[in-house]
Design a protein around this ligand. Structure first.
Ligand code: ZN
Length: 153
């Protein structure tokens, strides 16, 4: 069990491009476990490498459907539809903003054993996948918000 420090907006690492993972190592396995621990402790639904200071294309997501996901080197294959809703981020604590996202996504990724798989998601899962994949390219949800961030009530 390892809780890592979550990087907060203003930390330049959140704006950097992440590098692909080439192979699984004991260090990365431990990192993925720590990412889940850190996300659950902070009551988040997703966490990306740069948010814990690691510039690798690794994402963890758990939207509460009893199917926690590890997405390594994820690639969006398909998106469709549209949803508009509030989004928050563990790196922008205490804030929310309205973001338009696709309502359906299909994504190819590798799991923690570096086996390729396909994940499809709608609604919250689609939103979480888009949000977390953005982190791997230095994009924060703030960049998609057109009417400003609000304080969480
Ligand atoms: Zn985020």
């Amino acid at each position: 069990m390892g809780i890592r420090k979550i990087r907060i907006e203003g930390d330049p690492i959140l704006r950097k491009q992440c590098k692909p993972v080439e192979k699984m190592t004991p260090r990365l396995t431990a990192l993925i476990e720590d990412m889940f621990d850190t996300m659950y402790e902070a009551n988040g639904v997703g966490l990306a490498g740069p948010q814990v200071g690691i510039l690798k294309r690794i994402v963890v997501i758990d939207v509460g459907d009893e199917n926690p996901l590890v997405l390594i080197n994820p690639e969006l294959l398909e998106t469709s539809g549209e949803q508009v809703g509030d989004e928050g981020c563990l790196s922008l604590p205490g804030k929310v903003g309205t973001v338009k996202r696709p309502n359906y996504v299909k994504c190819r990724a590798y799991n923690a054993q570096m086996q390729e798989y396909i994940v499809e998601g709608t609604e919250l899962l689609a939103r979480a996948i888009c949000h977390e994949l953005d982190h791997l390219d230095g994009v924060l949800y703030r960049d998609h918000v057109t009417d400003g961030l609000r304080d969480v009530e």
